[in-house]
Design a binder for this molecule. Structure first.
Ligand code: NAD
Ligand code: DAU
Length: 356
């Protein structure tokens, strides 16, 4: 592991079979050539071993199935694997689902995070050569109007049950640092996209539906704005903050790439048409404006000055390049799509569209 503030031997990655987690495991196995890595994931509808297929038998990697809200299971991981670092990503992550079933978000995102914190302090006492990194979201800050940016000093104002649960978990992490001296860092990141994203989130929904010739649901008039970051850039930023971030601090990560949903969907569909040799505009005909998400945050955008000036990080993949790579990946991984789509999400998605 490169010289930095935190040097750990055995890292626990929670949520490792999900979208960002699986990309992160792949990234860290290369980034830190001496470290053992323990992946811990419940394998909910959103978590798939297929996401880790190419690293599952890696000699420095171990996968364990388990629930972060199960205290005994979490204690066993800390004790049996000499864990001295945690990167915590396990969560219920989809805003629409949080509107229908908020308690699942309280259980995993809030209670699960507290269990991890409790077990980390039990196992580590007041050691300072350890690190707990919570991977969080820009959604804790609420919504922006057409001007301005979120940064590390923005007040918390979550609007959805998902973002409220992530805000609560951020507060618990901070409280553990202040109260028990846990060396903890938090990162708050904007919308990620890239390989292995479960097809309930906008970008993989658009790609998978376009390939199947199905209607593409755009909420409201498609005017909401998101700031998009290619997942590998996020993984690099997490690695850096873990290595060199200051305990007790938070770091805001973003793509500096804002687009309205309609702009994004149109660009993505152009790339899908080009990649499969269809006439330009073919897939755009599938766009359908549907009832808006309740409480839909208008705009997210991040000021990444701190990441840039303190850690020398900035995004390296442009939106067009990242989307093209993502489309290519989905076209090359149709088996993966069939595999993960068998896990009940279509039932959710169809009910969701009907409900509104
Ligand atoms: P994801 O839904 O793809 O993955 C979440 C993973 O957590 C899944 O593998 C799931 O099986 C696992 N999990 C859920 N409940 C669990 C439990 N009780 N115990 C153990 N494992 C459990 O989510 P993602 O998009 O990869 O997001 C990962 C993290 O990053 C989340 O904490 C999310 O809030 C945060 N985040 C995501 C984005 C984004 O754009 N996707 C942006 C910023 C922050
Ligand atoms: O900002 C970071 C957050 O980004 C993460 O914390 C969340 O885990 C992640 O899910 C994501 O939240 P969003 O709600 O922004 O992502 P989603 O892909 O669900 O939606 C992106 C935008 O697209 C949003 O404005 C809603 C809209 N949308 C979404 C879907 C699924 C549509 O118009 N149609 C759709 O079918």
């Amino acid at each position: 592991m490169p010289t930095g503030k935190a040097v750990v031997v055995a890292l626990l990655v929670t949520g490792a079979a999900g979208f960002i987690g699986s990309n992160l495991v792949r990234h860290l196995l290369q980034r830190w050539p001496d470290q053992r890595l323990v992946s811990f994931d419940l394998l909910t509808y959103a978590g798939h071993l297929a996401n880790l297929a190419d690293v599952i038998d890696h000699p420095r990697h171990r996968f364990l199935q388990g629930d972060i809200a199960d205290r005994e299971a979490v204690a066993a991981v800390f004790d049996q694997h000499d864990i001295d670092g945690v990167i915590h990503l396990a969560a219920e992550s989809h805003v629409d689902r949080s509107i229908l079933d908020p308690m699942a978000f309280v259980r995993t995102n809030v209670a699960g995070t507290v269990v991890l914190l409790q077990e980390a302090t039990r196992a580590w006492g007041d050691r300072q050569d350890v690190r707990f990194h919570h991977v969080s979201t820009d959604e804790v800050f609420g919504a922006l109007g057409s001007e301005g940016f979120f940064d590390e000093d923005t007040r918390y104002r979550p609007n959805s049950p998902y973002s409220a649960s992530k805000a609560a978990s951020d507060h618990f992490v901070r409280a553990w640092h202040e109260t028990y001296g846990l060396p903890a860092v938090i990162t708050n990141c904007t919308n990620n996209y890239g390989p292995y994203q479960f097809p309930e989130k906008l970008i993989p929904v658009v790609i998978t539906r376009a390939l199947a010739g199905e209607k593409i649901p755009v909420y409201g008039r498609g005017e909401n704005v998101r700031d998009w970051l290619f997942v590998e850039d996020h993984c690099d930023a997490i690695g850096l903050v873990f290595e060199r971030g200051t305990a007790g601090e938070t770091y805001c990560i973003g793509g500096e790439t804002e687009a309205t949903n309609l702009e994004l969907v149109r660009l993505l569909l152009d790339l899908v048409d080009a990649a499969r040799g269809a006439d330009p505009g073919t897939s755009a005909e599938l766009i359908e404006f549907v009832t808006d998400r309740p409480g839909h945050d208008f705009r997210y955008a991040m000021d990444i000055t701190r990441m840039r000036s303190e850690l020398g990080w900035s995004p390296s993949v442009s939106l067009r390049e990242g989307l093209a790579r993502t489309v290519e990946w989905y076209l090359d991984h149709r088996e993966w799509m069939a595999d993960v789509q068998g896990s009940g999400h279509r039932e959710f998605t169809d009910t969701w569209y009907e409900k509104r």
